[in-house]
Design a protein around this ligand. Sequence first.
Ligand SMILES: [Zn+2]
Length: 308
Amino acid sequence: MSEHVPVSDTSNAANRELVDSQPPDNQTHWTDGIELPTECVSCSEPFTGDYCSVCGQKRLTRRHRFGPMLWDAITKFIDYESGFLHTLIELFKQPGVVARKYASGEKQCFISPITVFVLGSALQLFSLWLVQGQLVDSISARFASQAANNPEMAKQFAKAEERIGQPLPELMANSYINAMQQGYMYAGFLFFCLPFAFGLKLFHNALGEPFYLGETMIFALFVFGQTLIITAVLTPIALQIHVSLQAAVGIISYIVMPQWAHGGFFRSTAASRVMTTLATVLAIGCFLGAIFCVGLVSLAFALFTQLG
Ligand SMILES: [Zn+2]
């Protein structure tokens, strides 16, 4: 085994450790570089084409170099036949149909619903980061103007600020933003997509439309991934107009999008549409409830750490 590494002095403890941690004989050592495989790296079946005939593992035909890698990433993005841009354009033409095609196995020409969802979440987080300062300012200003008309409230705010060493409205605004950030990370999936997909399956099954949870999940991820992309663009615009418009735009998008996508995936009957609406209401309820709890916990935690 030791022939893989030129070790001049094996009495050296560090060198001996290197020899001991040698990979099995069939693998090259990490310092040797990477070789192009002649047999499948997953199941050892000899390659006859570009894919393993047993397990479908793609054959590495050239080593990874940065230039071609970058080009691959760019073409994957702009490719009108199968790339991200194609999926996005199709989503904006008929959102439900993309989910329907994908669930029916037509996967080659679309990026996965999880990618759309993760991308939407990332865009939304970026958009929130852009407007964070402005959002804190407008929420604080709203509380301040309320306090200006209410001496009792102003007294409470001053007392709280003295104790926590930070204006209370600012603390509340930060907790709100923190809750929204959680919402665009794990909470969006756990408390929105999951209840939505589950509700869709349950309610549509009751109507005699037999869907599996995985299929309604494809619909949920595509639809809300797209909604996140839309709200990521609309949030900063709405905030320029009025702070409450930002929340309204969010909620309206989450109600309108499933209705828009519905016909391409489910039956176009009124009863079926009602079921999609019910699932949407269930998901929005779960999400707002969860975000409210997260916001409350984050506020309590902030107060607790400030008070010491
Ligand atoms: Zn294989």
